[in-house]
Design a protein around this ligand. Structure first.
Ligand SMILES: Cc1cn([C@H]2C[C@H](O)[C@@H](COP(=O)(O)OP(=O)(O)O[C@H]3O[C@H](C)C(=O)[C@H](O)[C@H]3O)O2)c(=O)[nH]c1=O
Length: 175
């Protein structure tokens, strides 16, 4: 699958026995840079769309613990080898995968089923690092399965993609 440079989609090993399952979600050795300092758990009803957000500083590392989520990604970093590439990735709890998203890659999440995703961030939550644009902006080139998702007031008021593009720093190779 063609993903923005630096985005990593990994399959996690689910150990199954007669009691249930055991899955390692993250080892520090799997990701050289950055270190993750905060974890979040997010429950969502079906039909919810979170985003589209993009960060100047922090990295996200996500996995789906229950349900099925469509992750939409777009590379907004000037000079990136995949500048302007859009991608849609579906992750379910059954096929345990993780998604690593560097700064400058816009992302939005549409819940195909009631879902629980957990994610780690490399900086503490800071609204200064919470940019975003309206999910239905055509220049995102996202094909959402739902033209009328349930979305927060904040996300509904997000600007056009063209308004935030000048704020995104140029691409730097993830160490
Ligand atoms: C991010 C965050 C939020 N909150 C509080 C603030 C709100 O009362 C509530 C929901 O926050 P928000 O509406 O920002 O959640 P999402 O719309 O799911 O956005 C989050 O997930 C999308 C996809 C992102 O990429 C954003 O980085 C992240 O903000 O949790 C906290 O208490 N700590 C936190 O670290």
């Amino acid at each position: 699958m063609n993903l923005p440079e630096g985005v990593k989609l990994s399959t996690l090993k689910m150990n199954i026995d007669d009691r249930g399952t055991f899955t390692e979600l993250l080892r520090e050795s799997w990701i050289e840079h950055p270190k993750f300092i905060q974890w979040n758990a997010v429950n969502s009803e079906q039909g919810i769309l979170r985003g589209v957000h993009v960060h100047l500083k922090h990295y996200d590392y996500l996995t789906v613990m229950r349900g099925r989520i469509l992750f939409a990604l777009k590379d907004l970093r000037p000079d990136s080898p995949t500048e302007n590439l859009s991608a849609m990735v579906e992750i379910s709890a059954e096929k345990h995968q993780s998604l690593f998203i560097p700064p400058g890659v816009a992302h939005g999440f549409y819940m195909l089923e009631p879902s629980l995703h957990i994610y780690a961030v490399s900086e503490y939550w800071d609204m200064e690092d919470e940019l975003g644009c309206h999910f239905a902006d055509k220049s995102l080139e996202f094909s959402w399965p739902d033209a009328n998702p349930r979305i927060s007031e904040r996300d509904l008021k997000l600007p056009a993609l063209s308004d935030i593009r000048p704020l995104i720093p140029s691409f730097t190779k993830t160490r």
